[in-house]
Write a protein that binds this ligand. Structure first.
Ligand SMILES: [Zn+2]
Length: 270
């Protein structure tokens, strides 16, 4: 059986598959209830990032449990969905973006699996898996959407939205979109040598670029976009190559100074 593909559902994204429900125990606590099913003839696992009823705010999501649980189930590839605000004014609500880089402005989150030895410095020169990004970008293109390329995501701590001055700062440092859940998720996936890419939908213009911002608006936009996103994700799942040729699977090989655990088949996870 081929390794399952995981889909992390964010704000406004409903379950894309039907199937068996289960919760996985991890050293960091249990995952939310996952759904294990099939999509395009492949085994797929859906995980609701914010819990079953969207009850967990972005800064309280147990990112380590979510990623560790997926690793435990044999997942090698993760497609994450994120609701984001647009800073880049070429983007408008309803657009879909596959970001290529990220700036992490979070402050209070458990952002690593490696709290002790072996000291581990993971390389994130290319934080998102190039293969998954390519597959998502071409699936987005074939759905008739024009992609804005080379978009950098800012991940803020939340749960409040940003101030207009913060948005001006984010634009100055090159960020085109802003959300609250991109980090540490992407980095935790790399630490466990999982492929990870994000598909973002623009739910609103960021603060200062529209009159005001409501959580309901973000939720509603997500619901409107769900069908389009689901189609793109289904095509991406179909097109993911069976074999991994990207560097993600060997991320730990160059991340640790001494590697006795690696020699026994896997870095020690704190
Ligand atoms: Zn990869």
């Amino acid at each position: 059986m081929k390794p399952p593909v995981a889909i992390i559902g964010g704000s406004g994204i409903s379950n894309i598959i039907k199937g068996q429900r289960l919760t996985v125990g991890t050293p960091y606590g249990p995952t939310p209830p996952l759904t294990v099913g099939e999509l395009e003839g492949k085994k797929v696992i859906f995980i609701p990032r914010h819990g079953e009823n969207h009850s967990v705010p972005p800064h309280k999501v147990n990112y380590r449990a979510n990623i560790h649980g997926l690793k435990k189930l044999g997942v090698e590839r993760i497609i994450a969905t994120n609701a984001v605000g647009a800073i880049d004014q070429r983007l408008t609500p309803g657009d879909i973006v596959i970001p290529n880089d990220l700036v992490d402005f979070t402050r209070s989150r458990h952002n690593t699996f490696y709290e002790g030895p072996p000291v581990t410095h993971i390389d994130v020169s290319e934080p998102y898996c190039p293969t998954l990004r390519g597959v998502l970008t071409s699936a987005n293109g074939s759905s008739g959407h024009e992609s804005v390329e080379q978009v950098v995501m800012a991940c803020t701590e939340g749960p409040r939205y940003e101030t207009p001055a913060e948005i001006r700062m984010l634009r100055t440092v090159g960020c085109g979109i802003v959300g609250m859940t991109g980090a540490p998720e992407v980095f935790l996936a790399r630490e466990l040598e999982l492929c990870y890419a994000s598909i973002c939908f623009i739910s609103n213009m960021a603060a200062g670029l529209q009159n005001s911002l409501s959580a309901q608006e973000v939720e509603d936009r997500g619901r409107d976009t769900t069908r389009i996103l689901n189609d793109i994700i289904a095509e991406a799942v179909r097109e993911i190559p069976d074999r991994r040729t990207c560097p993600c699977a060997k991320a730990l090989a160059s991340a640790q100074l001494s590697k006795p655990e690696r020699a026994r088949g896997g870095g020690k996870i704190a």
